[in-house]
Design a protein around this ligand. Structure first.
Ligand code: ZN
Length: 446
């Protein structure tokens, strides 16, 4: 894998990702059920997926795996029998996890079961009721206002019964068991940016990592329903959580917004520093935002909960709740852009490069400045004269390589691109001016 893919390759990648999102978009997913399994099946056609099923009623941490939910159809009909809201038209039309209900209901009673957005009158909202049994329809406010009959007919055919919660994991082994974790929620129905963009980006990233000629870390991609899926995974993997050296929760990666990174709970962790360096180097000042940890949001709040406190941050473009289409039918196939999806994969690949290349070294000639010219270190590289930045990078790496300071920290202190610092270290090591600080370097300085 190279840091910068050819533009044409990126174009093809973006188109491929958008096509997958288009394919997955109509499926009615939830935290359990056939829609979730179909989605995991499709992911498994792209990358190798290990599947886990946990039966309903199983305690996981402080929670219990709920009954499985599946839906066949849901219609709301007026007194003339005309269908006014139909689940077949859009998976958002039904309150996710609705219990079944059929019968005639007065217009005023029906109102307690309708969900719409007065300030976005043409959008269908996304609503769920996983842990409180109820039924409902989500519809545009314009449609709701047009419902003028005295009575309506409800025909909502769903099933809530003991079944399973499913999740899938793709593991790309490295030369050590130290792990980098990526977590992607896949429980949202027809929502493109919040959910499907994360799935498509993770698939492409997993393929790129698998194609690397070498990997120090083992990479684990978890595709699981939000909250309960991450809680179930943590419950099942408590014994091996110590292997996780860094992690990212991925979602909202296809919109036009700049990158936003949410720091892990206790830091700075190595993932905070790797993401910070890459965004600084590639996106530049004012083009991205780093935010502090808070105990709300996506599944980072499970991985970072105080008992686990794992080094897991969250990587998105526009954060949840900060774009008007969020959790509505406006989060659709036109909101996610192929080039933005491909660019998100690029940036994550650069973050992986930084994690893989980060090392601690010891300067073997720390007494006086070593004579670099004599060792050929001022000579052109690949036909290009050595840039002043590359000279400075060598001097900084020699200056700070005390066995304790890693390359990410040196890049930060020198205010030079991480790629220049890593390249300088590799040249200095080849010239035997640097030695590895620890042959068993776990790459975790935290
Ligand atoms: Zn969401």
């Amino acid at each position: 894998m190279t840091v910068a893919d050819l533009p044409s390759e990126n174009h093809a990648r973006g188109a491929r990702m958008h096509a997958l999102i288009t394919e997955l978009y109509p499926i009615c997913r939830s935290i359990t059920g056939d829609g979730l399994r179909r989605t995991l099946n499709r992911i498994g056609q792209e990358i190798e997926l290990q599947r886990t099923q946990i039966p309903s009623g199983t305690p996981v941490l402080d929670w219990t795996i709920p009954d499985e939910w599946n839906i066949e159809s849901a219609q709301l009909r007026d007194t003339s029998g005309q269908v006014v809201v139909d689940f077949a038209d859009h998976s958002l039309h039904v309150l996710n996890y609705s219990e079944p209900w059929s019968g005639t209901i007065s217009r005023s009673e029906l109102d307690d079961h309708l969900f719409s957005l007065p300030d976005q009158p043409y959008a269908i909202p996304y609503r769920t009721s996983y842990y409180q049994r109820q039924w409902g329809f989500c519809l545009s406010h314009a449609t709701r206002l047009s419902l003028a009959d005295d009575h309506y007919e409800v025909d909502l055919r769903s099933r809530l019964e003991p079944g399973h919660l499913d999740y899938g994991e793709c593991i790309v082994p490295g030369s050590t068991t130290d792990e980098i974790l990526f977590s992607i929620h896949c429980c949202h129905p027809s929502l493109a940016n919040d959910n499907l963009s994360g799935i498509s980006v993770a698939i492409e990233l997993a393929k790129l990592i698998a194609d690397r000629s070498s990997r120090r870390y083992t990479y684990r991609f978890i595709f699981a329903p939000g909250t309960i899926g991450a809680i179930a995974w943590l419950d099942q993997n408590r014994e091996t959580l110590g292997r996780i050296k860094a992690g990212l929760v991925l979602t909202n990666l296809g919109d036009e917004g700049p990158f936003h990174y949410k720091l892990a709970r206790t830091g700075p962790t190595i993932i905070d520093r790797a993401v910070g360096e890459v965004l600084r180097d590639v996106d530049g000042e004012g083009e991205y935002e780093i935010r502090p940890y808070q105990p709300y949001g996506y599944d980072e709040r499970q991985y970072c909960s105080p008992g686990f406190d794992l080094p897991v941050g969250r990587f998105t473009r526009t954060p949840w709740g900060e774009y008007p289409e969020y959790h509505t039918s406006g989060d659709n196939l036109s909101l996610v852009r192929p080039e933005r999806l491909a660019d998100s994969v690029d940036r994550l690949a650069q973050i992986v490069d930084a994690l893989e290349q980060n090392r601690r070294y010891i300067n073997r000639e720390p007494y006086g400045e070593p004579q670099l010219g004599r060792r050929g270190l001022y000579e052109p590289v690949g036909g290009q004269p050595l840039a002043p930045e590359d000279r400075m990078a060598m001097l900084w790496v020699l200056d700070r390589s005390d066995g304790a300071t890693d390359l990410l920290e040196i890049a930060d202190q020198a205010d030079l691109p991480f790629a220049a610092i890593a390249a300088a270290a590799s040249r200095l090591e080849a010239a035997e001016l640097l030695g590895p600080a620890d042959t068993e370097d776990k790459g975790n300085s935290d």
